[in-house]
Design a protein around this ligand. Structure first.
Ligand SMILES: Nc1ncnc2c1ncn2[C@@H]1O[C@H](COP(=O)(O)OP(=O)(O)OP(=O)(O)O)[C@@H](O)[C@H]1O
Ligand SMILES: [Mg+2]
Length: 254
């Protein structure tokens, strides 16, 4: 499998405090990788460095074999979806999705057509002329996903995109996201502190704690062979607690 991104010896220091302690990891082409870890462990900092919004204190980001550590965000062909959608409230769904396409000279001629196509892909065609405030949270997040997909990025980064949504919406959006990833075959890096979400979505999961990588492996291997006590507690014990707390409601389960 081809390596899409390689991160080498990544260190980041904020105000004399080191928050990323020399990370090394890879992301494969077409892979869905989750970065899973508790609040404050450095997930968003990694994402900001990958997309080019923050220069690391040291280390390298390699994409397709090329060092892009110093490249501006606009030249990286990466898209990002945030927790709070960040939609233009005065524009319709179509307006939001075609906005960036209209700015770029290459995509401008077919902006409306391309925007319409991705809006259909995420199941929002019937809402295309609505403004965001008339949509549910889950629908707004689908607009944000459509807007990112429309730019045809090589890599899409998600920073806790479901954390503002209710449980049922999260489940349906999760299925939708998996379907979109299979359809577009894009490389996705998904940040979450939700174990269940990471396990449901990912080809591989990178478990982090306090600025260090604890384990990067498939969900199956993490369950079978947790690399550290932290992985056992934060990932496996938490998942088991969830299953146990639900099983009493399910007939026949003990
Ligand atoms: N701009 C900043 N200036 C100073 N310290 C920062 C800054 N951004 C983040 N930090 C610190 O760096 C560490 C990692 O923060 P980061 O936002 O990457 O964590 P996170 O894993 O995304 O957490 P959460 O799950 O709460 O979003 C934290 O200790 C945080 O306080
Ligand atoms: Mg964060």
């Amino acid at each position: 499998m081809a390596v899409k991104l390689e991160i080498q010896d990544l260190i980041h220091v904020f105000n004399k405090q080191e928050v990323l302690h020399g990370l090394n990891f890879t992301v494969n082409d077409g892979e869905f990788l989750s970065i899973l870890g508790p609040s404050g462990c450095g997930k968003t900092t990694i994402l900001r460095i990958l997309i080019g919004l923050l220069a690391p204190s040291s280390g390298r980001v390699i994409k397709d074999g090329v060092d892009i550590t110093g490249l501006s965000a606009s030249k990286r062909h990466m898209g990002i979806v945030f927790q709070n959608y960040a939609l233009f409230q005065n524009m319709t769904v179509l307006g939001n999705v075609e906005y960036a396409l209209k700015i770029n000279r290459e995509t401008r001629p077919r902006a409306r057509e391309s925007a319409g196509a991705v809006i259909e892909q995420v199941g929002l065609s019937e809402h295309i002329t609505k403004k965001p405030y008339k949509l549910s949270g889950g629908q707004q997040q689908r607009v944000a996903i459509a807007r990112t997909l429309a730019m045809n990025p090589e890599i899409i980064l998600f920073d806790e995109p479901m954390s503002a949504l209710d449980a049922a919406t999260r489940l349906s959006l999760r299925d939708e996201l998996k379907r979109i990833q299979q359809k577009f075959n894009s490389t996705m890096i998904y940040i979450t502190h939700d174990q269940e979400e990471a396990f449901a979505l990912s080809d591989r999961i990178m478990v982090m704690n306090q600025g260090s990588i604890q384990q990067q492996d498939t969900p199956e291997n993490i369950i079978a062979n947790p690399a550290t006590p932290f992985v056992r507690e934060f990932v496996i014990d938490n998942l088991q607690r969830k299953v146990a707390s639900l099983s009493k409601y399910i007939k026949g389960a003990s």
